[in-house]
Design a protein around this ligand. Structure first.
Ligand SMILES: Cc1cc2nc3c(=O)[nH]c(=O)nc-3n(C[C@H](O)[C@H](O)[C@H](O)COP(=O)(O)O)c2cc1C
Length: 241
């Protein structure tokens, strides 16, 4: 059976408390929206009164399962995520990881995930001798642990420091760098797609060349999701609210 090549769909969930007042996250979103394979959702605009598990859980879970790669974009707040992103974890991830692990949670296995975070403070402050003492990578540990919990394919985060001090050129540069990072990320999702197809073939009993199987192959060995993880048609980029 030939291996199909198609554009991946990268779902960017943007958790900014007020995108209208944002500088760098807005510039990044603008830049990302020009890529043909991204779909960006302004979560605060979509859920101005918060996310509810009963009302919103199924829809948000389905969106994650449909995407080939997931990007969580947010400004750092109090060394953590904005409150809506924590609520998204408490509702959507709880649904997928605890209530429907066998039918939904398992579908995230092997799916690439990238954090895109902006920090008001400079990088030098996020060192043992700096004002913030801990590195951003250390502060992101709960998100990485959550990705690990779902056997997701954690990718190098995209980080912007000194975000509040960026001038016009700095904002443009952040947008360009973000596009570059998303482009590498999308290549990673295409590879994951090929790996997944080979594993599906293996399940169907065909002879399979496993030379491209990555470290996540154990997770990918689980049967594919009934809802068809990772095979959504590619959608044009847009910022959904
Ligand atoms: C309530 C609040 C908490 C914040 N906490 C942090 C923080 O812990 N570390 C940091 O580097 N910046 C912190 N900032 C600064 C934001 O991260 C920064 O303003 C944002 O990344 C800029 O992005 P924007 O232009 O898209 O709003 C905080 C800002 C607010 C409003």
């Amino acid at each position: 059976m030939p291996i199909e090549h198609r554009q991946p769909t990268i779902l960017i969930l943007l958790f900014h408390p007020n995108l209208e007042r944002s500088k760098v996250n807005a510039a990044m979103a603008q830049s990302a929206a020009s890529l043909p394979y991204t779909s960006i959702t302004d979560m605060s605009a979509l859920y101005p009164k918060g996310i509810q598990m009963e009302r919103d859980g199924a829809r948000e879970a389905a969106r994650l399962l449909d995407a080939d790669g997931i990007v969580l974009q947010f400004p750092m707040q109090w060394y953590s995520t904005p409150v809506l992103m924590k609520q998204w974890q408490d509702t959507v991830l709880t649904r997928m990881g605890y209530l429907h692990q066998d039918t939904e949670g398992v579908g995230l296995a092997g799916k690439p995930i990238m954090i895109a975070a902006t920090m008001g403070a400079e990088e030098a402050t996020y060192r043992p001798e700096g004002r913030n003492r801990f590195s951003v990578m250390e502060l992101l540990a709960p998100l990485r642990a959550s990705a690990n919990r779902f056997a997701m394919d954690w990718q190098e985060p995209f980080l912007v420091y000194g975000a509040d001090l960026l001038d016009y050129d700095g904002l443009s540069e952040a947008g360009r760098e973000y596009r570059r990072a998303l482009s590498s990320f999308s290549a990673r999702t295409q590879r994951a797609d090929r790996i997944q197809q080979r594993v599906y073939l293996a399940h169907a009993g065909d002879e399979v060349d496993t030379s491209e199987r990555g470290p996540r192959s154990e997770a990918l060995d689980r049967p594919p999701m009934a809802s068809g993880a990772g095979h959504a048609p590619s959608a044009p980029s847009e910022i959904q609210t």
